[in-house]
Design a protein around this ligand. Structure first.
Ligand code: IPE
Ligand code: IPE
Ligand code: MG
Length: 248
């Protein structure tokens, strides 16, 4: 599966795929392992997925790594995850940079451990000019918080007299989101059988195709991704118009 599978139409690939990487804990439990073992294996799967996007020609992926709600987990698990993010950044950055990956982080990073913030800023700076895959990682991310902050920023501009309320349109709002310049996701994939958005990209997913699979994230390999892409290419994306030739 090094190259794009032949049954996938290269011209109709999603340009941006968003993932809710769910089920690490249950994957581990199934094997009698501690939850953190699931997070470790999940990280390995993610590493190959980034490479897979590059191999198959999908230019942008966004993954949900830690939500604003995830602070409510046991402190030990939260601390493990923060250390894992930091370790992964240190270990994988050089290779990702070499492969042309452009890293960006979405979320309120100011609440993260300061050493992790430093690694993140460096990683973004180093890879900012890369032309390969854009890899967005949502950490301490909450979509309602993102939209709330956008409203606050625009209200400030109105207060300062530099913005008229009647000039606010959809793109003005988009510009205030964490990653303002990328396209919206074409496809959202959530693993582990849960069928909810869990406060993820509520604005950006307005017209995204949703795909749910029962597989746990640590089992989401290239063949599972292939299946998701096949399902995506069966969809007729009407955007409110009438059916196209695909479904007619
Ligand atoms: C997703 O897997 C990883 C994070 C939310 C950090 P979970 O840890 O939610 O695994 P389950 O859902 O409990 O199985
Ligand atoms: C969503 O998964 C957040 C991430 C994958 C980082 P959760 O496991 O936290 O979501 P819920 O609790 O099932 O909604
Ligand atoms: Mg979960």
């Amino acid at each position: 599966m090094k190259t794009l599978p032949v049954d996938i139409d290269r011209d109709r690939l999603p340009q941006h795929v968003a993932f809710i990487m769910d089920g690490n804990g249950r994957w581990a439990k199934q094997r009698g392992l501690p939850r953190i073992a699931g997070h470790r294996q999940g990280a390995r799967i993610l590493k190959d997925l980034v490479r897979c996007c590059k191999d198959w020609g999908i230019p942008t992926l966004t993954v949900y790594a830690f939500s604003t709600e995830n602070w409510q987990r046991p402190l030990k698990e939260v601390e493990f995850l923060m250390r894992l993010f930091e370790r992964l950044l240190r270990k994988e950055l050089a290779e990702m940079h070499q492969e042309g990956v452009r890293l960006q982080f979405l979320g309120d990073l100011s609440e993260l451990p300061s050493t992790l913030q430093t690694e993140m800023t460096q990683a973004c700076d180093i890879t900012a000019q890369n032309q390969g895959v854009t890899f967005n990682v949502a950490v301490n991310y909450g979509s309602r918080l993102e939209i709330t902050r956008a409203c606050q920023a625009l209200a400030q501009q109105v207060k300062q007299g530099i913005l008229n309320p009647e000039d606010i349109d959809e793109s003005t709002i988009s510009q205030q989101l964490y990653a303002p310049n990328g396209p919206d996701p074409d496809l959202l994939i959530r693993t582990s059988g849960e069928q909810r958005l869990s406060n993820y990209l509520l604005w950006q997913l307005a017209y995204t195709e949703l795909y749910f699979t029962d597989r746990f994230w640590p089992d989401f390999d290239r063949s599972a991704f292939h299946e998701a892409l096949l399902a995506y290419q069966q969809r007729d994306r009407r955007f409110g118009k009438v059916a196209t030739a695909l479904s007619a």
